[in-house]
Design a protein around this ligand. Structure first.
Ligand SMILES: CC(C)(COP(=O)(O)OP(=O)(O)OC[C@H]1O[C@@H](n2cnc3c(N)ncnc32)[C@H](O)[C@@H]1OP(=O)(O)O)[C@@H](O)C(=O)NCCC(=O)NCCS
Length: 453
């Protein structure tokens, strides 16, 4: 008999939980500005002894946040209220970063000051530069990125000891600027090429591409098409509310950890193939399909038999087309058209999308292309190697992580500390090594040796 009920009358701001053998328990209802409803379970355990169980946190609000709004059913994504479609066309990455961190589009003076700070902090301390020598040539750039972000905080102890407004802005600019330099240096290191230093007169995106692709005596200058596509890529990755890496940043921040340590943890969370690593996995999947010569229909059948997942498809939140994928697909088509480049992987991707979107397996599970399906193709076509894809995602996500760290820090919230439902052994008494199974076997039982005495 199910006696557990939760009543949330629409007209009140309280939800009442009826648990077996307990008086009704009232919970305050929080309503977001987009009419999202949540009931507050903060006092649930202390009042009823119950906790909520939510595998994968798909139904748990870990915080309130004013940064990014997503409606996954309608395919809506807005930063601070501004639709992503408008920002992708009209804004720059640096402007979007300011918007995410501070909540408003910057005034011309604020934008100028922020750009100036990004330029001032673009160099790495020479001591830090030597850290690159410690990595083997095969090191994954995500491992290097996380380690170097953490290491860079050692060179700026003043920033991590004090996070007043002025210091926070300097930390934010330092992090955003240095991450770009670290990423480009790690790429050069992997190629065995000399490091190219940042150029103070180049804008944020142009400067990054310069550090990536210039070689001594052969400066690289991106075409407007390449620059535009790259800028869109960064803007579209700048934030995505409480995903795995951002929640990680907020969780680490909740312990009082500094911005650099929290973001270094976010980089590690992003690395996984179910999260930021999916852009690399998606391209590798397309490359495999291309090399195998198998038809897209055969591939889709294998996916339906659950032999593997279609990387770049599906999303925890979007149950319609990911709006970022729409913009990136268009940007990619424009890039290929204007540069006259051809990419056989693009043809496979489009065919996969067509077959999948008309197949009941994908329709019934609301599986659509996500941001990673086309983003890897953009990166590939501007010359970024596959093992750097997730690093590119991280560069884009830095402003979002900074914004969430700042919001979390200023919220004065408690340390994040989820509960669990324990399913292990109940209390039992310790058995000496002689009493355990297997002691009477041929090997004998030298208890003193096994105890390490
Ligand atoms: C993003 C992702 C992790 C979301 O996972 P989730 O919300 O936990 O969804 P689930 O893993 O519960 O999947 C639900 C169903 O869809 C299927 N499914 C989900 N993503 C799929 C994919 N990419 N290809 C094939 N089937 C998929 C699952 O097998 C499951 O099927 P079932 O109901 O028959 O068991 C998942 O869709 C995925 O692994 N995608 C590929 C990786 C990727 O592109 N990640 C980048 C996200 S931006």
């Amino acid at each position: 008999m199910d006696m557990t009920q939760v009543n949330v009358p629409a007209e009140t701001q309280t939800a009442t939980l009826h648990l077996p053998g307990q008086p009704p328990f009232d919970m305050a209802v929080t309503v977001g500005t987009e009419n999202e409803h949540a009931f507050d379970v903060t006092q649930l355990r202390s009042n009823t002894g119950y906790i909520t169980l939510d595998n994968g946190y798909g139904n748990t609000g870990s915080c309130t946040s004013a940064i990014t709004y997503i409606d996954g059913d309608k395919g809506i994504l807005r930063y601070r209220g501004y639709p992503i479609e408008q920002l992708a066309v009209n804004s720059s990455f640096v402007e979007v970063a300011w918007l995410l961190i501070y909540g408003e589009l910057p005034t011309p003076q604020q934008l100028r000051r922020f750009r100036q700070l990004l330029t001032e902090h673009e160099m790495l301390h020479e001591g830090l530069r030597h850290h690159f020598e410690g990595f083997p040539p095969s090191a994954h750039p995500m491992a290097m990125l996380s380690a170097m972000i953490n290491a860079s905080s050692c060179y700026h102890p003043e920033l991590i000891e004090n996070d007043d407004e002025e210091n926070f802005m300097a930390s934010a600019a330092k992090l955003m600027s240095k991450v770009r330099t670290i990423a480009a240096f790690s790429f050069k290191k992997s190629l065995g090429q000399p490091i190219v230093y940042p150029h103070p007169e180049k804008s944020y995106c142009r400067n990054f591409l310069h550090m990536m692709f210039s070689i001594p005596y052969a400066p690289y200058e991106p075409s407007p098409e390449v620059l535009g596509a790259f800028m869109k890529f960064l803007i579209l990755h700048a934030d995505h509310e409480q995903n795995c890496s951002t929640s990680t940043v907020r969780m680490v921040c909740s312990s009082g950890a500094n911005l650099f340590a929290s973001v270094a943890a976010g980089v590690c969370a992003l690395w996984g193939p179910l999260h930021g690593g999916a852009n690399q996995s998606a391209i590798e999947m397309l490359q495999k399909i291309y090399a195998s010569g198998e038809s897209v229909k055969t591939i889709v059948e294998q996916v339906k038999e659950k032999k593997f997942r279609l990387m770049g498809f599906g999303h925890r939140v979007y149950k319609s087309y990911d709006p970022r994928a729409i913009i990136l697909k268009q940007a990619l088509q424009d890039l290929l058209k204007r540069t006259g480049q051809e990419d056989p992987l693009m043809d496979i991707a489009m065919e996969l999308e067509e077959v999948a979107l008309t197949d009941d397996y994908f329709i019934s599970r609301s599986l659509y292309p996500n941001v990673d399906f086309y983003s890897g193709l953009i990166l590939r076509n501007i010359g970024i190697p596959v093992n750097m894809f997730t690093v590119m995602f991280a560069i884009g996500r830095i402003p979002g992580w900074i914004a969430h760290w700042y919001e979390q820090r200023r919220s004065g919230g408690r340390i994040f500390r989820p509960r669990q439902v324990y399913t292990g052994a109940t209390e039992r008494n310790y058995l000496s090594i002689e009493e355990r199974n297997g002691c009477a076997n041929d090997l004998g039982c030298d208890a003193a040796y096994l105890r390490g005495i």
